[in-house]
Design a protein. Structure first.
Length: 282
């Protein structure tokens, strides 16, 4: 069987439930030849992941998942082959993180105005890395404010809900320029969230390619076979690299398995070879 890879995963450095080292061990157990650690807006888990991957003999593709402000759409970009703690991506993330720290404070203030009295330490108990809404939701669940994780978002933390505060984000040009400055590849994540219509998605991909986008996530947990074929066609026609991953988070996404998504996902290792070749040509 050809090698299987997973180029979109998360650890406790952001909102996953496995530590970076545990994630590497899970990747080895899943018989992956390579795995990318792409925590949300942080590179903090990469040193631990790298040390464990070297012990296990599994290839680690370092990176992160960047949240972007683009046309009002839920846009995320995978920065692959990026790990410099003093690089351009890290500097952009530090700027954004300062703004997000204030966002967390404002959300807790809004929660108090509707009778939900949580403190920063209540939230920090549930976070090992970047602190955000998932950790506030877990604190609400632990305090008995809500009965489920999803209820916290629907009633309080999601867009338009009682305590929602918009998140500070990079724009596509800032993100892509920073990724390229660090020698990485900029890959549009889970395009189905942007559009299920091929014509609309093509417009988006053309627009982002003009800004330097390198590729698009073709193989993804929530993509149907038909949609996968359509995105692959668009990638080929536009000269974009193809990527893929499970978007594994662990227990908070219990139906998503590492390297296999909901069961039928297969990301061929040849995609990683094509990415490496593209980097050599750059």
């Amino acid at each position: 069987m050809p090698p299987r890879v997973d180029l979109h995963t998360h650890s406790t450095a952001s909102d996953g439930t496995l530590s970076p080292a545990q994630l590497m061990r899970a990747a080895a157990e899943a018989d992956l030849s390579a795995i990318a650690l792409t925590d949300h807006d942080t590179l903090a888990g990469l040193p631990e992941a790298k040390a464990e991957a070297e012990k296990l003999g599994i290839e680690l593709v370092p990176g992160c998942e960047l949240s972007l402000e683009y046309a009002g759409l839920p846009t995320h970009m995978l920065a692959l082959f990026v790990d410099d703690p003093a690089g351009a991506v890290a500097r952009e993330l530090e700027r954004v993180m300062l703004a997000r720290g204030r966002r967390n404070e404002l959300m807790l203030e809004k929660l108090r105005t509707v009778g939900v009295h949580l403190h920063e330490e209540d939230v920090l108990r549930h976070a090992d890395g970047v602190v955000g809404r998932p950790h506030i939701a877990q604190a609400m669940l632990a305090a008995g404010v809500v009965r489920t994780f999803d209820e916290a978002f629907v009633r309080f933390l999601g867009k338009g809900a009682l305590a929602h505060i918009p998140k500070e984000k990079l724009n596509p040009r800032e993100a892509i320029d920073a990724v390229h400055a660090d020698g990485g590849l900029a890959i549009l994540a889970h395009p189905y969230l942007l559009s299920m219509q091929a014509r609309h998605l093509e417009t988006i991909l053309r627009d982002l390619k003009a800004l330097g986008l390198d590729g698009v996530e073709v193989y993804y947990t929530e993509h149907s076979e038909r949609y996968t074929t359509e995105v692959a066609r668009l990638a080929d026609s536009l000269g974009l690299l193809k990527s893929g991953g499970s978007d594994f988070h662990g227990a908070v996404k219990p139906g998503v398995r590492l390297g296999r998504g909901r069961g039928g996902l297969f990301v061929p290792g040849g995609l990683l070879d094509e990415m490496k070749a593209a980097r050599r040509r750059a």
